[in-house]
Write a protein that binds this ligand. Structure first.
Ligand SMILES: Nc1nc2c(ncn2[C@@H]2O[C@H](COP(=O)(O)OP(=O)(O)O)[C@@H](O)[C@H]2O)c(=O)[nH]1
Ligand SMILES: [Mg+2]
Length: 201
């Protein structure tokens, strides 16, 4: 699939604000600054689509991008802000939980982890959550351009193991800067979007 059009659709805090149609969703989740917005921009070839920024704001909402009038890329709020209050954390938890439990169109979740860093406690909790909801997931190991080539494979395997993901879960080292691994992520999107369309027919 070639991405021809991609546009910001809406931001939501609660399910009643999600798009009210049946188009499939591909969602991204991960720590703030892990590279979610950069990956969305790289995949859609649009440098300005998802704001690449470390500053909060819309990054604390569920952001929907409509692609090819055919599916949504969903940017879930990032976790791991050092300075957020307990109530902010609870609000984040509620938002993610509501999304996971109500968005029936969620076809695939891409969980992002920075390949240079060990998974945090929150990353591990997220992995547990994904298993609890039995959400189809692939692991994207971001910022691979920052690591020597020979270190990529062992680091990727180690992170996956620490998150408790089995061999069945696909993991893709990638870089939004060099484009490394993006074809493989794109292939996964194609696969899951096509699955959904076959479902409908
Ligand atoms: N070297 C490198 N930097 C990246 C990559 N992806 C994102 N970044 C940088 O990491 C920072 C956070 O990226 P952003 O996409 O805003 O992360 P988000 O908070 O998860 O949406 C920015 O300074 C990006 O330029 C990557 O693949 N390689
Ligand atoms: Mg972002």
């Amino acid at each position: 699939m070639k991405i021809i059009t991609a546009e910001f659709f809406t931001s939501a805090e609660k399910p009643s604000q999600y798009p009210q149609d049946d188009l499939p969703h591909i969602a991204l989740v991960g720590k703030s600054n892990v590279g979610k917005s950069s990956l969305i921009n790289a995949l859609t070839n649009n440098k300005k689509l998802a704001r690449v920024s470390s500053s909060p704001g819309k990054t604390r909402l569920v952001n929907f991008f409509l692609v090819n009038q055919n599916f949504y890329i969903v940017d879930l709020p990032g976790y791991g802000f050092a300075k957020v209050s307990k109530s902010e954390k609870e609000k984040w938890g509620t938002m993610i939980d509501q999304y996971f439990s109500t968005a029936k169109q969620l076809q695939l979740l891409i969980m992002l982890v920075d390949i240079r860093h060990d998974p945090t406690r929150e990353d591990k909790q997220m992995a547990e959550w994904i298993r609890y909801y039995k959400i189809p997931v692939i692991l994207a190991l971001t910022k691979s351009d920052k690591l020597g080539k020979t270190r990529i494979k062992p680091r990727a395997a180690q992170i996956k193991k620490e998150l408790g993901f089995s061999g069945d879960i696909m993991h893709i080292p990638c870089s939004s800067v060099t484009g490394y691994g993006l074809d493989e992520i794109q292939d996964s999107l194609d696969h899951y979007i096509t699955l959904k369309q076959t479902d409908i027919i």
